[in-house]
Write a protein that binds this ligand. Structure first.
Ligand code: IMP
Ligand code: MG
Length: 174
């Protein structure tokens, strides 16, 4: 790693890989016989989604949504804006929303509501990280990677002002 690697490691790359494999196996077992649509949320969820779909041993489709809720601050602006919508219909399909992190829960609640209105057969949420201390809205996370404390993390897709998404570990910025 280069000398400007920030903060300290919270979850190392090999632990992430192990957990992603477990989640993929669980998702595949729960969706056996189906061809689900995995909806990846840009940008933060793209690394997790890329690893997760390869751990799901089923035929599946991948779709993308993009939202902006943060600007470059490390606290939620409280406003969620959809900047990219699905390219294909999901009516009647088993849909899995894949997010990097549930913080206040605002983004996921908004996106689940948006997807539910499109008439999927089933709709589940998979989040890599959850910060329960900051959650404001009730939310069921069907598949969760790790529960973390109220710290700001970067790496494995997560950014601080668009930086550090390419780090292999999840790190805490102090
Ligand atoms: P929520 O709407 O408050 O749940 O926030 C969800 C979004 O905020 C996530 O998809 C992330 O993009 C961003 N976010 C929340 N916490 C962190 C963090 O610790 N590091 C980087 N991004 C975060
Ligand atoms: Mg995000």
């Amino acid at each position: 790693m280069s000398t400007d690697t920030p903060g300290r490691v919270l979850i190392a790359a090999d632990r992430i890989a192990e957990r992603v494999a477990e989640l993929g196996a669980q998702i595949a077992a729960d969706h056996a016989g189906s061809e689900p649509v995995v909806v990846s949320v840009l940008k933060g969820g793209f690394v997790f989604a890329a690893d997760l779909v390869r751990a799901i041993d089923l035929p599946l489709a991948v779709e993308f949504l993009a939202v902006q809720s943060y600007g470059d601050a490390t606290r939620s602006s409280g406003v969620v804006r959809l900047t990219l919508d699905l390219a294909l219909p999901i009516a009647g399909r088993d849909v899995l929303l894949v997010e990097d992190i549930v913080d206040t829960g605002l983004t996921c609640s908004y996106l689940l509501e948006h997807l539910a209105a499109l008439g999927p057969r089933s709709l589940k949420l998979c989040a890599l990280l959850h910060k329960p201390a900051r959650q404001q809205l009730p939310l069921t996370i069907d598949y969760l990677g790790f529960t973390i404390p109220d710290v700001f993390v970067v790496g494995y897709g997560l950014d601080a002002a668009q930086r550090h998404r390419n780090l292999r570990d999840i790190r805490v910025l102090d």
